[in-house]
Design a protein around this ligand. Structure first.
Ligand SMILES: C=CC1=C(C)c2cc3[nH]c(cc4nc(cc5[nH]c(cc1n2)c(C)c5CCC(=O)O)C(CCC(=O)O)=C4C)c(C)c3C=C
Ligand SMILES: [Fe+2]
Ligand SMILES: [Fe+2]
Length: 370
């Protein structure tokens, strides 16, 4: 919880904080840990846009009695010795971004991560920033494509916690970076590195997390942003339209979601006798349940059982240098104008760009206050 008013806040000279925010993950691969995680996730009206009177009996009477056990079994198959893959990679990315900024700025911002659901919570991290004297905060969701269910619900949580404070920091939010040249280059390098080691497939499948079709009809730009990322990645890899396929995974419930569904696409490609496919998940910057279990395990089974021969899963960006560099560039671009005394850059980086104004990004993406 955030304690109201803190003398510490006034004593330390003003600093900037960068908060990386991700979706959240259970604390353990057990039904007991899955239940509160799923309850919090699926009670969010940004995620399930049904009237409460209709949704609550389904959630509490059916889903929370069946899904925790099934999901826990899936999590157990991908759990790492240090914990949930999503959290392990997010924590590593945070440390690497802190190092990257430390090497490039005389006075680097404080970098921390929070989970929108579960731990470490947004409330806990906002308190840590306060303790460290941060009166400016850049919120950077680890979702390159904007969706109300992911990005907006992260911002909702930040502002709900700030609503409990009297003296809040200046806040900037990064809405999306689905077409950022550094992000696209990192995605393309990742695929090329895989091909250099393992040869090329007949088709590259780009699988994005789905959302309900109705969300797009109501104005969510998510589908367009996924398509733009896919197109830019295909361009960077010099692929023709018949060499790649974009699709949407992780459908939840019975409503119509974005099509084509990944499971159908994999089955169809297998049935058509496609010899080899490689699957990459550009919308996930960290490997997690949805990539390691749903794609690399379930997806592979679907393709092979339908008649496909060779299936390669290409891991997410995780801790790649070029991705951390892109994340650093996105951060610096969005800190423009907040660079006060002691915050000067140490010089241009190795690719010769001017720090904070890199890769054609002349201005911060989206700002709220200050
Ligand atoms: C990439 C961004 C994501 C969007 C958009 C998104 C929308 C969305 N998700 C659900 C339901 C579930 N998602 C679950 C896991 C999950 N989702 C994302 C990302 C997005 N979701 C990630 C990174 C993860 C993995 C978390 C991990 O711990 O590894 C789950 C929980 C797992 C399970 O039981 O299947 C659910 C449920 C909906 C309904 C939705 C949009 C409406
Ligand atoms: Fe999800
Ligand atoms: Fe750079």
């Amino acid at each position: 919880m955030i304690s109201p008013g803190s003398a510490l806040h006034q004593d330390i000279s003003s600093r900037t904080g960068v908060l990386l925010i991700n979706l959240g993950t259970p604390d353990a691969p057990t039904p007991e840990a899955l239940r509160p995680y799923l309850k919090q996730f699926l009670s969010n009206p940004r995620v399930i846009e049904l009237p409460q009177w209709l949704w609550w009996p389904i959630l509490n009477g059916i889903i929370l009695n069946t899904r925790p056990k099934k999901s826990a079994e899936k999590y157990a198959q991908v759990w790492m010795p240090e914990g949930s893959p999503l959290k392990v990679h997010t924590a590593r990315q945070t440390r690497l971004l802190q190092d990257f900024l430390g090497k490039r700025l005389h006075s680097a911002p404080v970098v921390q991560y929070a989970m929108n659901i579960g731990n470490p919570s947004v409330a806990e991290m906002l308190e840590r920033f306060r303790e460290q004297g941060c009166d400016r905060l850049l919120v950077l969701p680890l979702y390159p494509q904007y969706a109300a269910s992911s990005t907006a619900s992260a911002f909702d949580e930040i502002f709900a916690q700030l609503a409990k404070l009297r003296n809040i920091p200046a806040v900037r939010t990064v809405k999306h970076y689905h077409d950022h040249p550094g992000y696209i280059a990192a995605l393309a390098n990742n695929v090329r590195d895989h091909w250099a080691r393992a040869g090329r497939p007949d088709k590259l499948v780009m699988s994005f997390h789905g959302i309900p079709r109705a969300s797009v009809d109501k104005g969510d730009p998510y589908q367009d942003e996924c398509r733009k990322t896919g197109l830019l990645l295909a361009e960077a890899l010099e692929l023709d339209a018949n060499q790649y396929q974009l699709c949407f995974q992780s459908r939840f419930g019975r409503a119509e979601w974005l099509r084509p569904y990944t499971a159908d696409t994999l089955e169809q490609l297998g049935r058509q006798g496609t010899r080899r496919i490689d699957v990459v998940c550009p919308g996930f910057v960290s490997d997690c349940l949805e990539t390691l279990e749903e794609i690399a395990m379930e997806g592979k089974n679907i393709f092979i059982q339908a008649g496909g021969h060779e299936f390669h899963y290409i891991p997410c960006l995780n801790e790649r240098d070029d991705w951390i560099h892109a994340l650093g560039d996105i951060t610096l671009a969005n800190l423009q104008g907040w660079m006060g005394p002691g915050f000067e850059e140490k010089g241009s980086d190795k690719d010769g760009e001017v720090i904070g104004l890199s890769q054609g990004e002349a201005s911060p993406t989206d700002k709220n206050t200050d």
